[in-house]
Design a protein around this ligand. Structure first.
Ligand SMILES: Nc1nc2c(ncn2[C@@H]2O[C@H](COP(=O)(O)OP(=O)(O)OP(=O)(O)O)[C@@H](O)[C@H]2O)c(=O)[nH]1
Ligand SMILES: [Mg+2]
Length: 693
């Protein structure tokens, strides 16, 4: 358990910690000379049960509230100190307000200097203390008088703290690792040490971490947890980490940085929050109000953006957007405090609810619904509410990252809430079972309507389908969703994918017998060794002895059906050959040291001459398969599957093997299997069914 002092200057906080632990926290020369605390002090006290209590001693000076905040944000238990001979003073109130806003729900009030109390004074002070704490987290807590000078009451107080520690909820190391740095220094022969409180998760010696927001990589060389050498640092421990890494130095690390699991590194400068304004504030908080934002041990300039025009009245709470001067390493639902820009007073504080809010459309009804869901502390409850608000699909990977949840916690969200997970690349998008069902239904209805209106079309363009389908999914999860539907469709006969087109499995475009014969004649001329330099319309007509216009008509029809692609005017390539060439683009574009390739690199693979090679590449440019930069190009991995499927009715019409690189290109595009698959996956899978992640 970490105990933090709080209270007005000179009220005896440091003397109290010394009386309890024997440790003198005021070590700086200036602190000794002036008799005040300037920086945070740390002390430890072993308990009879073998535990260790950590103490953070903070300054009471009104100009050092920012330092008090850096210390107070890592504590579990507050020890609010009031001197018997001085009573309640401004920083007694300000520190109490801060403890309250930080949600430090456990604590005690200690009346110090009881030896200086005049007769009858104690009862007055107790009355005042009850009055100021009544509507705060410390309301109804114990109030104990002590004297650090005579030792009166110290043993009883120590006993109280031991009891509180024993009652403390066991802090399981849940979430991913985060430690808020309050000090960084170098120890001769050891290296860089950072100290701070572990906010979530745990870390072991030897593990890799990142410093955020700087992004510096480090390895944990050794750990001291609660003042003892340890293999692990856990949530709630005060720790010293010895960090090693090429860019790790004392000067590169600052108070306020966060050491974290590399997965969590995603600093942000715009955050939605719930802000509670203190009743002591004289004026309402208006639009774009400038503040100093305190979060964990960090302090950053920020502005408050309101979602409504009316200012926030003192004593009330409102959702706001915090726009920060610099990026911050935060998590939901971390607490924060805001103070005025001249650092004279605390204005209010609250909870962070969304680390990546949109900059625009902040006031829409849709966004309000999302904020209401995001403001829920419990991750499972928040996710359920979020999945029930538009757009009904949530990027679970960023949801769990921004709440610092572990992989196991993410998996149990999917299982316990019976979510449909759509993995795409490194990210997982989820839908509720109910919305997945309506999505699947809607896709079927849209395709049916499309075929009705376009009977001779191969299918609906998948982007057109994506934009029409409800709920609307982002591009990559949408592809995974279609794959899933197509796979389940193989059993229940529903949808099929032909490259960039989607159709009902039952939909077939029929050619007349004569056209079919003619097409087979043409296809034979386009396939085999010549598939990368096939004859043009005129040449085909000459060979087959047919009319050029007829050849063109059949080829245009075949193009509509996705069997061929018109690379240049009157120059048609079989879809399979185009797929193979995309495979080569994928291969050239994934070379580790030179992902950009020249037209000649491409031409050399197919021996089809410079002019044709350039026409093919320009065709790929138009379809977004390649990205052009001057005379060079690279592959656009999001489009590599556009020409993935060969035309129906022809077994491998190109007559060649599909290049293995092309195949792997498609595979990586589709990512892993969706979970669970398809229409007939309802009712939701039993909880025991482990998601494929
Ligand atoms: N008589 C008496 N004096 C005390 C007691 N506790 C502290 N003092 C004296 O009060 C003065 C201030 O004590 P500190 O412990 O430094 O006060 P503080 O709250 O830590 O002050 P800041 O950290 O600067 O806010 C010192 O001169 C102490 O010796 C006490 O119980 N009795
Ligand atoms: Mg002090």
């Amino acid at each position: 358990m970490i105990i933090g002092t709080a209270g007005h200057i000179d009220h005896g906080k440091t003397a109290l910690v010394k009386a309890l632990t024997g440790v003198e926290c005021d070590r700086l020369k200036e602190e000794k000379a002036r008799g005040i605390t300037i920086d945070l002090g740390f002390a430890y006290l072993p308990t009879p049960s073998g535990d260790v209590l950590g103490f953070i001693d903070v300054p009471g000076h009104q100009r050092l509230v920012h330092t008090m905040l850096a210390g107070a944000s890592g504590i579990d238990f507050a020890m609010l100190v009031v001197a018997a001979n001085d009573g309640v003073k401004p920083q007694t109130l300000e520190h109490l307000a801060i403890i309250n806003l930080l949600g430090v729900s456990r604590g005690i009030v200690v009346i110090t200097k009881s030896d200086l109390a005049e007769a009858g004074a104690l009862s007055h002070i107790v009355r005042d203390i009850k009055a100021i704490t009544s509507n705060t987290v410390l309301g109804g807590c114990d109030i104990v008088p002590v004297s650090a000078l005579t030792g009166d009451g110290i043993d009883a107080l120590r006993e109280c703290l031991f009891n509180a520690a024993a009652l403390a909820r066991e802090r399981r190391p849940n979430g991913r690792f985060r430690l808020a740095v309050d000090r960084a220094f170098t120890l001769t022969g050891i290296g860089v040490i950072v100290t701070g409180t572990v906010l979530s998760g745990s870390v072991k010696v030897g593990e890799h971490v990142k410093l955020s927001p700087s992004g510096i990589d480090a390895r944990v060389r050794s750990i001291h947890a609660q003042n003892r050498e340890s293999e692990t640092a856990r949530r709630g421990d005060r720790c010293a980490l010895n960090l090693a890494g090429a860019d790790v130095s004392k000067d590169a690390i600052h108070r306020g940085d966060v050491v974290l699991d590399p997965f969590l590194h995603a600093p942000t400068a715009r955050i939605d929050a719930v802000l509670q304004v203190l009743p002591s504030e004289e004026k309402a908080i208006g639009q774009w109000f400038p503040v100093r934002l305190h979060h964990a041990a960090a302090e950053i300039g920020a502005h408050i953006a309101l979602f409504e025009d009316a200012p926030i009245a003192p004593g009330s709470a409102r959702e706001v957007q915090l726009v920060l001067d610099e990026a911050l390493a935060a998590a939901v639902p971390d607490r924060f405090i805001v103070r005025d820009v001249s650092a004279q007073r605390t204005i209010g504080g609250g909870r962070l609810i969304d680390l990546r809010p949109p900059a625009r459309k902040r006031r829409t009804a849709e966004r309000q619904l999302q904020r209401r869901a995001l403001a829920i502390n419990d991750p499972a409850e928040a996710l359920v509410a979020l999945l029930d608000a538009p757009p009904y699909a949530v990027n679970l990977s960023s949801f769990v990252r921004d709440r610092a949840l572990s992989q196991a916690e993410m998996e149990s969200l999917i299982t316990n809430l019976h979510l449909i997970a759509l993995p795409a690349g490194d990210e997982i998008t989820v839908l509720s079972a109910e919305h997945w069902k309506s999505f699947a239904q809607n896709v079927l209805e849209l395709l049916e309507a499309f075929h009705g209106e376009n009977p001779d079309s191969q299918g609906m363009g998948r982007e057109q389908l994506r934009l029409a389908a409800e709920p609307r999914l982002p591009f990559e999860p949408f592809l995974t969703a279609l794959q899933s539907l197509a796979r389940s469709g193989a059993r229940s006969g529903s949808i099929a994918l032909d490259g960039a087109f989607v159709r009902l499995s039952s939909h077939r475009v029929q050619l007349s017998a004569a056209d079919e014969d003619f097409w087979h004649g043409i296809a034979a001329l386009l396939s085999g060794d010549v598939r990368f330099r096939p004859p043009r319309v005129r040449e085909i007509a000459a060979v087959l002895g047919g009319d050029e216009r007829e050849v063109r008509r059949i080829l245009k029809l075949a193009a509509k059906l996705g069997w061929v692609d018109e690379i240049a005017h009157d120059h048609f390539f079989l879809r399979g050959a185009v797929g193979e060439m995309v495979g080569t683009v994928a291969e050239l574009g994934s070379r580790a040291n030179s992902p950009y390739f020249a037209a000649s690199d491409f031409r050399d693979r197919f021996a089809n001459g410079r002019k044709v090679a350039i026409q093919i590449l320009e065709f790929f440019d138009r379809h977004g398969v390649t990205i052009r930069k001057g005379d060079l190009r690279t592959a656009n991995r999001h489009r590599l599957d556009l020409f993935g499927a060969a035309g129906p009715g022809l077994e491998n019409p190109s007559g060649g093997e599909t290049s293995p690189v092309g195949r792997s290109g498609f595979k990586s595009e589709w990512g892993s299997e969706p979970v669970p698959g398809g229409f007939d996956s309802h009712p939701p899978p039993p909880p025991s069914r482990k998601p494929i992640l």
